[in-house]
Design a protein around this ligand. Structure first.
Ligand code: NAD
Ligand code: UFG
Length: 338
């Protein structure tokens, strides 16, 4: 199967590309290198022995996108390309709506013109806002609290309308919880530019000596140890969730929505302890004020994906921290190059 992967050099895209190739599929990658480096391609080749086809360009560029669809034989699309930093989205809402919403619409229009009617899209647990209860099921109400979340919700709503008007299409929305970890080789991983926003890359940069200490954003939440609880999911499990969706629903017309999470919650303090154990390094931290917009707890009910896709997460928290540490300690400054 020939799978066009937008944002294919990014964190989740690169891991999915490796899993696709290992499963005998043929990914064709697009990326504008806004948040990734060409070095990722060499690493993928090192891991799987073949360099995937790569087209450098922006999905909002209709001429570029049309040329890729004209040149390649494409059966289906996995769409990762987008911007993902909540804080930045508050500063730059236009850029977020343009990239995430407009980018998706240009992609859909190009697919329609090329006669390709099947797509899997990255969505996020952020669309549940501050859910009234946990674990969170797919039929819970959706709500956005910031421009990033609103852009994801808008994409979901646009595609829901589009699928209603075009019932022959297969559209799959995968709502990721908190992706962490790396390929077990330590060759590819998460390489945030600048100061990391997310917990796991921040902790691993403290462990490797790039940052002095972690700020724990609040120890007064109504959780057992007072820190925030999230559903961390190993990125390879997440990548395999896309393969399960490809196999089970990408040829079935309809709108398919799945949570991709483990169903377990881990607190910030538990994550610090697990990382410290895996790395043998002390993780210095200071308790700071709560981060604006953060919620106390968020974890998935992943039953629907298990029942309908036959998918479940298999990596443990220890796997997540061990694999992150292998990537970070082998690549203390991330990928080489600009
Ligand atoms: P990432 O930034 O590592 O990867 C995204 C890739 O898309 C990057 O390589 C970037 O250069 C590329 N890109 C961005 N805009 C583009 C454009 N207009 N044209 C072409 N390429 C473009 O992010 P990721 O963590 O791999 O996330 C992938 C997707 O999953 C995103 O849509 C994100 O919103 C979603 N998501 C991520 C998380 C997370 O915590 N990582 C959680 C929920 C959802
Ligand atoms: N945290 C800290 N210190 C830090 C970073 C985070 O204490 O330096 C805490 C947060 O307060 C939260 C937990 O660690 O309790 C996880 O925070 P992350 O920023 O790693 O993850 P979030 O759950 O806040 O958000 C992430 C993505 C969103 C996405 C959401 C659900 O950033 O884009 O997961 O998928 F929408």
């Amino acid at each position: 199967m020939n799978v066009l992967v937008t944002g294919g050099l990014g964190y989740i895209g690169s891991h999915t590309c490796v899993q696709l190739i290992e499963a005998g599929m043929n990914p064709i990658l697009i990326d504008n290198l806004h948040n990734s480096k060409l070095a990722v391609l060499e690493r993928i080749e090192k891991l799987v022995g073949t360099c995937p086809i790569f087209h450098q360009g922006d999905i909002r560029n209709k001429v570029f996108l049309f040329s890729v669809f004209a040149r390649e034989k494409i059966d289906t699309v996995i769409h990762f390309a987008g911007l993902k930093a909540v804080g930045e989205s508050v500063e730059k809402p236009l850029e977020y709506y343009d990239n995430n919403v407009n980018g998706t619409l240009v992609l859909m229009d190009t697919m329609r013109n090329a006669g390709i009617t099947s797509i899997i899209i990255s969505s996020s647990a952020t669309v549940y806002g501050d859910s009234a209860s946990v674990p969170i099921r797919e039929d819970f109400p959706t709500f956005a609290t910031n421009p990033y979340g609103r852009s994801k919700l808008m994409v979901e709503e646009c595609l829901t309308d589009f699928q209603k008007a075009n019932p022959g299409w297969s559209i799959t929305l995968l709502r990721y919880f908190n992706p962490v970890g790396s390929h077990k080789s330590g060759e590819i991983g998460e390489d945030p530019q600048g100061v990391p926003n997310n917990l796991m890359p921040y902790i691993s940069q403290v462990a490797v000596g790039r940052r002095k200490y972690l700020s724990v954003f609040g120890d007064d939440y109504p959780t057992p140890d007072g820190s925030g609880i999230r559903d961390y999911i190993h990125v390879v499990d997440l990548a395999n969730g896309h393969l399960a969706a490809l196999r089970k629903v990408s040829t079935m017309s309809g709108l398919h929505i799945y949570n991709l999470g483990t169903g377990d919650g881990t607190s910030v303090f538990e994550m610090v302890a697990a990382f410290s154990k895996a790395s043998g390094k002390e993780i210095a931290y200071k308790v700071a004020l709560r981060r604006l917009g953060d919620i106390a707890e968020c974890w998935a009910d992943p039953t629907k994906a298990y029942v309908e896709l036959g998918w479940e997460a298999t990596h443990s928290l220890d796997d997540m921290v061990m694999d992150t540490w292998r990537w970070q300690s082998n690549n203390p400054s991330g990928y080489p190059g600009n």
